[in-house]
Design a protein around this ligand. Structure first.
Ligand code: BGC
Length: 762
């Protein structure tokens, strides 16, 4: 089957579209992220977000609360725009290459997901009539995380003359802001101040530092020229900028190129970031660029072998899923110093903060395709467990850990606590991801060194928060569930169900591993009391899960059904998302949901309710959910699949896989919607294919939705590599590597041997 591994778009050099292309054609490798801005720059009135980021680097800025109530968050971390090494100004025969001002005969952008680069090609005619073809290829290297390259090629089409490149290294740059959008920062200062900068030979370098967090960023750039003729170079400092000027003779029909190498490092990871960037450049420049491209391709060939989904019957969907999974890889950090931001490394939306999006929506993809990477991602939560304990203390808890709703360092950053700090369900999401990782890999070492401690500390928090009511039910009060149009409620069904799962697994897995030396030490360190495990079991068992007899549904919380229902049918289209048009209090007084809440918990914990209750609930919530959050429709789709509501599953799946490609929320310019990308993957794998991993093992329950004829995907399970192929009338599970296994198919058990694939009629 033919997959378009290249995303190709025409480049019209229009302001709005350029902004969108900056996101769609950004380069990232989990460590650095560079937006696809134009090397030559744009006029000052263009809405550009000219950004380069390093995962997990931040500045701390004040977040003044209007009233200084006790222990409110008064400062936050914000991701920093670390440097500008993208700028390269070209002139040919004294005329500046400025396609935004006209003269473009043809232009396109490409993202190549097999080769791992982006490319912009422009055929341009200068005012004097000189024609050139400019092809600019950019790569954030997956193998050498600190390295970003720009290969800038120029071909003179109808003249001979000279090309002059002014390549800029600007260490102090401002962040982007939009005071009218709560999803972006409202100020745009320049957070880094130069500590040291200059040239070492022809190599530019800079070290800059933030004022409050003390994070230092080191950057170095260098160039090589590819040309048959002799070129010359000159370096200069102009204000803050370090500029390398390269003069290269141009002969008609000859291609010349400048290759710009930039290396990035930070003081969070390196004791000598400057030494690191100089070394990275030295090593990288010893190798021909072609070799670096090849290494990139090889890295991606491995990634695709383990993750490439193939969908027949809808070519656009097939391509969109590839785009999404590629973006997930670009966003995924490889160490414990960073989580996955809501926008990955593609833009500054949500200020680079990490939310529950990572554990609930993105980790499932890596658990099934690259479990080692999943473990790395979870190790960030382990590294920030001390901060989560402090957060719990600040909120008045005597024990346990509460992960922050939004953060970079592990410290809470939400300014508005009703839909921030109160979202305790993040603990449930982190615990869920740890449990899923363990069930899918059997990685006992991870559990005894990291996972169990996370589970116990998050479970303790539930014990500390909840209370038994007069009927002996364990209740969790004053929290906010996933639906942010309803805040500060008692017994949010979703929160209670995920706390139950957290408590149960914390107790069970502790008992499973209690004899391991590491766990004995852990229990002593945590001063884990024997009765606590029994308390966890009891709270899990007695957890109150609201149920309404009259409607036959699970109410979202204790008071939800007493509120009037928002009249969505008569709500004008131009007031969505509601959060930008109504005061929060107004929204809280209605039955109206921003996103899947109870519907998500039914998908995650289906054994807690009857199919009838889940279906009634689905029908109920779908009438009052706006899907103003991009985290919603994918969940409705997978829950519909689980309930056998195939038409609904397809309708909700709809275009969500193409959300960014089609800019459906009209804010892809601020960065891609990472959680939705992971959610769409799950809507196929866990929704259409019904793949589940529980403590009873692996099971599948696949079908092919209308409009598709076939789909297949590889996945990992307990040291094995498998591939599931689903057709209208049959399904096939193959063992690619590893041992035979038993698994569930609908209500039966099936066996997959080493020799033969398992095939079943549907
Ligand atoms: C959603 C949250 C999500 C956040 C970041 C909000 O709009 O309501 O669930 O975590 O965006 O993606």
């Amino acid at each position: 089957m033919q997959t378009n591994t290249r995303l190709i778009r025409k480049e019209n050099y229009e302001p709005k579209e350029l902004n969108l292309h900056e996101t769609l054609f950004h380069n990232a490798n989990g460590y650095i992220g560079i937006r696809g801005t134009l090397e030559e720059g744009v006029p000052t009135d263009y809405p550009t977000m000219r950004g380069q980021y390093i995962a997990g680097t931040y500045e701390i800025i004040p977040m003044k609360q209007a009233e200084s109530l006790c222990n409110l968050v008064e400062e936050k971390q914000t991701m920093i725009n670390v440097c500008d090494t993208q700028t390269i100004r070209l002139s040919v025969n004294g005329e500046e290459f400025a396609p935004v001002k006209g003269g473009v005969k043809d232009a396109s952008r490409v993202l190549d997901m097999e080769e791992g680069y982006t490319e912009r090609t422009t055929v341009w005619k200068s005012p004097a009539g000189n024609e050139i073809r400019v092809r600019i290829r950019r790569m954030a290297h997956f193998g050498i995380k600190e390295l970003f390259t720009i290969e800038y090629e120029v071909e003179a089409l109808n003249f001979s003359g000279e090309a002059v490149f002014d390549s800029v290294h600007m260490p102090e740059v401002a962040n982007y802001s939009d005071p009218d959008d709560p999803r972006l920062a409202d100020e745009s200062p320049c957070y880094l101040k130069s500590v040291e900068k200059g040239f070492s030979g022809n190599r530019s370098f800079s070290v800059a530092e933030t004022a409050k967090s003390g994070v230092r960023i080191a950057v170095a750039t260098d160039h090589t020229v590819v040309s048959e003729s002799r070129s010359d170079s000159m370096i200069r400092e102009e204000g803050n900028a370090l500029i390398t000027r390269l003069r290269v003779p141009l002969k008609q029909n000859e291609k010349i190129a400048v290759i710009k190498y930039a290396a990035f490092s930070d003081s969070i990871r390196e004791s000598d970031p400057k030494g690191k960037v100089m070394q990275v450049l030295k090593d990288a420049m010893k190798r021909p660029l072609s070799e670096l491209y090849l290494a990139q391709k090889e890295y991606l060939s491995d990634f695709h072998a383990h993750s490439r989904m193939e969908i027949e019957g809808d070519a656009e969907l097939n391509d969109a899923v590839l785009f999404n999974t590629y973006q997930l890889l670009c966003a995924a950090p490889h160490d414990a110093h960073s989580g996955i931001a809501a926008k990955g490394l593609s833009g500054e939306g949500y200020e680079g903060h990490f939310f529950w999006d990572t554990e609930m929506y993105v980790v499932p993809f890596f658990v099934l395709t690259d479990p080692t990477l999943a473990k790395n991602i979870l190790s960030f939560r382990y590294a920030t467990l001390p901060a989560a304990r402090e957060n719990a203390t600040l909120l008045g808890h005597k024990k346990g850990a509460l992960y922050p709703w939004r953060t970079i360092t592990g410290v809470e950053c939400s300014g508005y606590f009703p839909s921030g700090s109160a979202a305790y369900h993040i603990n449930g999401a982190v615990a869920y991801a740890v449990i899923q990782y363990y069930l899918a890999t059997g990685d006992a070492d991870f559990m005894v060194t990291m996972g169990l401690e996370i589970l116990l500390e998050t479970a303790r928090l539930w014990l500390d928060t909840g209370v038994y009511d007069r009927e002996g039910r364990f209740c969790i009060q004053e929290v906010t569930g996933p639906d942010e149009y309803t805040c500060m409620v008692n017994n949010n069904y979703y929160t209670n169900a995920s706390a139950k799962n957290n408590l149960r697994f914390a107790a069970d897995l502790y008992e499973q591993f209690r004899d391991r030396a590491e766990v004995k030490k852990l229990a002593a360190r945590l001063k884990l009391d024997k009765t606590e495990i029994a308390d966890m079991k009891k709270a899990a068992e007695k957890m109150y899960l609201p149920y309404d007899e009259a409607y036959g549904i699970n109410p979202q919380d204790d008071s939800f059904l007493d509120k009037p229902v928002w009249d969505l049918a008569n709500t004008p289209k131009d007031v969505y998302p509601l959060l930008l048009h109504y005061h929060p209090l107004h929204l809280y007084r209605y039955q109206v949901c921003k996103q899947a809440d109870t519907v998500l918990s039914h998908f995650l914990f289906p054994d807690l309710q009857s199919k009838e209750t889940m279906e009634n609930s689905f029908r109920y919530y779908e009438k009052i959910t706006t899907h103003d959050s991009s985290l919603s429709t994918c969940v409705f789709s997978m829950t519909a699949s689980m309930l056998g509501l195939k038409e609904e599953a397809l309708a909700y799946f709809g275009d969500s896989a193409k959300l960014d490609l089609m800019n459906r929320h009209e804010n892809t310019k601020d960065g891609v919607h990472t959680a939705n990308m992971g959610g769409c993957y799950m809507a196929i794998v866990s929704g259409f294919a019904g793949l589940r991993i529980t403590d009873e093992g692996l099971s599948v329950n696949p079908y092919v939705p209308k409009g598709l004829s076939r789909y297949s995907f590889p996945f990992a399970y307990r040291g094995r590599r498998l591939k599931l192929t689903v057709e209208k009338n049959s399904a096939k599970l193959e063992l690619v590597s590893g041992d035979a296994l038993e698994f569930g198919f609908r209500d039966t058990r099936a066996e997959l041997g080493k020799e033969e694939p398992w095939v079943v009629k549907l």
